[in-house]
Design a protein around this ligand. Structure first.
Ligand code: 4AD
Ligand code: MG
Length: 525
C-alpha cells in the first residue's frame, strides 16, 4: 500500500481517510472519503453517486451485485448534499473528469437531507439572484469552490511577493477619521459621538509606515459606499497596497508588472484543474507571462488578430505609436526618472539581501492617457464604441473594456488629467495638468485591477490640494507631517483582490470572487 500524502488525515479507522485531491497516490487502494453527495444517477442495477469533499469531486460506482443489499439501498436513498463516509477502491479512469473513479464498498450516512425539505440548489439552472440568496450553500458547487481556492492562492501569492522581496506588512486601521478616495463613497459611523469612516484604502497610513520602514504593504478589507450596480463594484473588498520610499512612477509600474506576473505564474502552477472546472481559457493566462512578446520583428505591442474580433486598423494605429511598446518606457517617464535623479529602487535595490525580482522585463504595454484618448477616438470613429471619449474625463467602463481588449497582457495607462484623480497625486513636472499615476487594465476587457501613483511630496502643494478638495485640514495634520519631516518622493498602488480574481478566473461579475459579496442591494447572507 502506498503512503498517504501529508494532506490526508490520519484516522483511527482502517482503511485510511483520504482526500479526493490526493487520490493519485491511492490508485488500487481501498480508501475512506468523508464528504457529501453531490449528485446521483441510476441505471437499473447500477448507481452512480458523485461525492465532493471540499478538495474535489469523484464519481462512485455501485453495482447491485458488488455490495450488500443494505449498502445498495442506503446509497440509493441518498439525497443531494447528505453527508457521508464512503469506503471504496480507487480506480484510474482517463474518461473521468477527475481522472479517477471509486468502486464503492461501504457507505455510512452522517446526515440524510430529508426528502420533504430537499437541498434548494439542484443541478438544474438557477437565476443569479436565487444563487446569491443561497450563497451559503452555493459555495459548495464545484465551480464556486474552485474560484474560492484560486482566490486564496491569489491572496497568498500577492503577500508572498512582497514578503520575499523585503517589504514589511503594516496593516492600517479600518476605522478612520478622514476620506482617502473621495467623499462620495464613504461609509460613515458614529464613533462615540464623533463621525468616523470605514477605510476606503490604507494608502495614507502605508505612506507613513513607508517613511519609517522603506518598503511596506498593507492587506485588508476596504469599503466604498458605491451607489452603482456594476459588475466590477463591491461595497466591501480586499485591497493589497505596497508603498515604497524613494520610488517614482516608473518604479511603481515596474513593481506592478513583476507583482502581477508572480501572481499569474503561481495560479498557473497550482490551479490548472480548478481553471478547467471554471472553464477558463488557460492559454490567455499563459500569454500574460510569456517571456517575450509572441510578435516577430518589431517591438510593438501584441495586438489580437482580426480572427479574435479586433479590427486590423488598430494594429496599424499601434505601429504609428511606437511609445506603446512592451520594451520601451515612455519618453516622458524616462525624462522624469532622469530629471528626478532616477528613483527606481526596484532596480537599485536588487543587490539588497532578500530582494530578488531582478530588472523587470517590461512586457506589459504602457501608454499615456493622451495615447489612450487617441485610441478611443479612432475606435469611436470606426464604430467600435457607442459614445466618444471626452478628453479630460476619466476612462469610463466601456473605454477601459475596449482598451484592455486590445492587448493580451495587462496594459498600463499613466498620466491621467490631474483634475479627474485623487488629491494626493504628484503632478507631472513636464505637464502639471497631468498626474503621475497609473491604472493597470487587465486584458480581455476586465478593466482596472490596479490604481497607483507617485504621491505629492511638497508640504505646500499637498496642503493646497486638501483645501481645493474641500477636505478637513484638521484630520490631515498627521498626513501633512509626513511632508514636514524628511519628505521624499514615494509611490505605491492598490490592487483589488476581487477584480484580480474575476480576471484570472474569467468571471463576468465580481460577486462570485469573494465568499460573501456585499453590494448596493445585498447584505444577506
Ligand atoms: O484605484 P483605487 O481607488 O486606488 C486607491 O484606493 C489607492 N489609494 C490605492 C493606492 O495607491 N494605494 O482602488 C485601487 C483598486 C482598483 O484598481 C480596484 O482593483 C479596486 O481597488 N477597487 C474595487 N474593487 C471592487 N469594488 C470596488 N468598489 C472597488 N474600488 C476599487
Ligand atoms: Mg482607480
Amino acid at each position: 500500500m502506498s503512503n498517504p500524502p501529508q494532506s490526508d488525515t490520519k484516522s483511527v479507522t482502517n482503511p485510511p481517510v483520504a482526500t479526493i485531491a490526493s487520490l493519485a497516490a491511492h490508485v488500487g487502494d481501498t480508501v475512506t472519503l468523508r464528504g457529501w453527495l453531490y449528485n446521483i444517477r441510476s441505471s437499473g442495477k447500477l448507481l452512480f453517486p458523485s461525492f465532493r469533499d471540499g478538495t474535489g469531486t469523484i464519481q462512485g460506482i455501485v453495482p447491485k451485485a458488488a455490495v450488500s443489499e443494505e449498502v445498495f439501498d442506503r446509497v440509493k436513498s441518498l439525497t443531494q448534499e447528505s453527508s457521508v463516509i464512503v469506503t471504496g477502491k480507487v480506480r484510474a479512469d482517463a474518461r473521468a473528469p477527475s481522472g479517477f473513479e471509486l468502486d464503492v464498498e461501504d457507505l455510512q450516512i452522517v446526515h440524510l437531507v430529508p426528502t420533504d425539505a430537499p437541498y434548494p440548489i439542484t443541478p438544474k439552472e438557477h437565476g443569479t439572484d436565487f444563487l446569491m440568496e443561497h450563497r451559503h450553500l452555493w459555495v459548495r458547487t464545484p465551480r464556486q469552490s474552485s474560484i474560492l481556492r484560486i482566490r486564496a492562492t491569489i491572496m497568498r501569492a500577492a503577500q508572498d511577493y512582497f514578503d520575499t522581496n523585503g517589504f514589511v506588512r503594516t496593516d492600517p486601521p479600518i476605522l478612520t477619521p478622514a476620506a482617502c478616495e473621495g467623499t462620495s463613497t464613504l461609509f460613515e459611523l458614529d464613533y462615540f459621538g464623533d463621525p468616523a469612516f470605514l477605510t476606503q484604502s490604507g494608502q495614507l497610513y502605508v505612506e507613513a509606515t513607508a517613511l519609517a520602514l522603506g518598503k511596506v504593504y498593507s492587506f485588508g478589507p476596504t469599503f466604498r459606499a458605491e451607489k452603482s450596480k456594476t459588475r466590477r463594484h463591491l461595497t466591501e473588498f480586499w485591497m493589497i497596497e505596497p508603498e515604497v520610499a524613494f520610488m517614482d512612477l516608473d518604479g511603481d509600474m515596474d513593481l506592478a508588472e513583476a507583482f502581477l506576473i508572480h501572481i499569474v505564474t503561481t495560479v498557473l502552477a497550482n490551479h490548472r484543474a480548478d481553471l478547467t472546472v471554471i472553464g477558463r481559457d488557460i492559454a490567455k493566462l499563459e500569454a500574460v507571462i510569456a517571456p517575450t512578446a509572441p510578435t516577430t520583428s518589431t517591438n510593438e505591442v501584441v495586438i489580437l488578430s482580426e480572427a479574435n474580433g479586433v479590427p486590423g486598423q488598430l494594429a496599424g494605429w499601434a505601429r504609428k505609436n511606437p511609445r506603446i511598446s512592451p520594451g520601451a518606457p515612455s519618453i516622458a517617464s524616462s525624462a522624469i526618472s532622469e530629471g528626478a535623479g532616477g528613483f527606481s529602487p526596484l532596480n537599485k535595490s536588487a543587490t539588497e539581501p532578500g530582494f530578488s525580482p531582478g530588472p523587470p522585463a517590461r512586457l506589459f504595454p504602457r501608454m499615456s492617457y493622451d495615447e489612450a484618448h487617441q485610441m478611443l477616438e479612432a475606435a469611436f470613429a470606426a464604430g467600435h464604441l457607442e459614445a466618444p471619449h471626452i478628453y479630460g474625463d476619466d476612462l469610463g467602463s466601456p473605454d477601459e473594456t475596449y482598451i484592455s481588449s486590445q492587448f493580451d497582457r495587462p496594459v498600463m495607462i499613466h498620466r491621467y488629467p490631474a483634475a479627474s484623480k485623487a488629491f494626493y497625486m504628484q503632478p507631472d513636472p513636464l505637464d502639471p495638468t497631468k498626474a503621475l499615476c497609473v491604472d493597470v487594465l487587465a486584458p480581455e476587457g476586465y478593466g482596472e485591477i490596479i490604481g497607483g501613483s507617485q504621491r505629492v511630496d511638497s508640504y505646500d502643494l499637498l496642503r493646497a490640494r486638501i483645501l481645493e478638495h474641500n477636505l478637513p485640514l484638521e484630520a490631515f495634520q498627521w498626513y501633512l507631517d509626513l511632508r514636514r519631516y524628511g519628505s521624499v518622493p514615494h509611490s505605491g498602488f492598490g490592487m483589488g483582490i476581487e477584480r484580480a480574481v474575476a480576471w484570472i478566473c474569467g468571471l463576468d461579475h465580481v460577486r462570485e470572487t469573494i465568499p460573501f459579496a456585499r453590494t448596493l442591494n445585498r447584505i444577506y447572507p
